[in-house]
Design a protein around this ligand. Sequence first.
Ligand code: GLN
Length: 391
Amino acid sequence: MSATSNAPTRPTACLALADGSLFYGMGFGATGMTVAELCFNTAMTGYQEIMTDPSYAGQVVTFTFPHIGNTGTNPQDDETGDPVAAGMVVKWMPTDPSNWRNVQPLSEWLAARGRIAIGGVDTRRLTRAIRHQGAPHVALAHDPDGNFDIEALIKAAREFGGLEGVDLARDVTCAQSYRWDEMRWAWPDGYSRQTEPKHKVVAVDYGAKRNILRCLASAGCEVTVLPASATFEDVMAHNPDGVFLSNGPGDPAATGAYAVPMIRDVLDKTDVPMFGICLGHQMLALALGAKTIKMSHGHHGANHPVKDNDTGKVEITSMNHGFAVDAQTLPKGVVETHVSLFDGSNCGIRMEGRPVWSVQHHPEASPGPQDSYYLFERFAAAMAEKNKAPA
Ligand SMILES: NC(=O)CC[C@H](N)C(=O)O
């Protein structure tokens, strides 16, 4: 008789959906329980950047790519100091990391940061469930002994309030303002510093990804990052050549309660160029008088085609959003510049006759293609143009 056995291993993790569906698997990372909204991300690379993207606060991420964790983790790929996604769901348990940049295996990295993960899940079935029902509310539990109170997990998932009406930017923004001069990663030197900046930019941090700040620095900006609560006066105290509105988690309508008045003041009282990404895009749209809506299951991936309405060109983009600007509500004088070729949803706006625009997708990629990087250069060019013009 063989000494090996194919008897099922006792599951050590369980994902319970609010509708009562259960997905068992093997736990890794931290132990315990977390409740969140569940989304899926289709990117084939960049799990560490995704887990540390502050926009994922309040969400557990299902990775549709089956091999997650095999390149380990390293300090350079963090998009912020700590992971902010609530947890992760993967198909295969991570294997031993194999990569020259690896510093710590994914499981240890997650455990050290208090994040729960489940492996061995049929992520295709789960992704279909998310597509059919819209992003479900879930409870994810990891117990090395495999003891689960299923009723309690389903109840916790049902009681989770969701992300609508929730402001999470305050939880993930920086406590104090700081300067940023690190530029984009480039072979063979890695990250280098911007030593000859040409434009003074105030970047308001609603949950900013580091690679956005790097892209601004690479485009020639001297970046001062301000906390999400920054007022018009706080922003203008830096005498910026341009104002940047960052990505971030939660519902733009809730975050807009304090961000929108600041943005409106910048629009009404100054003529500085303004550029926003994702949550920043949604809040600029709110400030201009448009509305935002909650999507069914959102866009999360690194291969989303977006059409530039001005040029007809298609950009392959990185996406991560669960809310969207309702293009039907854009007021006169605001033009829809980009649309998603997946579902026609709004991906960009600009004010007519003013250097003020924003996009829903992520030109900083990280992870993803860099087709849209030109938007940072366009922002720099708008600041250069304005500084040339007589006051
Ligand atoms: N990446 C982001 O900035 C996301 C914006 C917003 N929280 C959304 O889910 O739509």
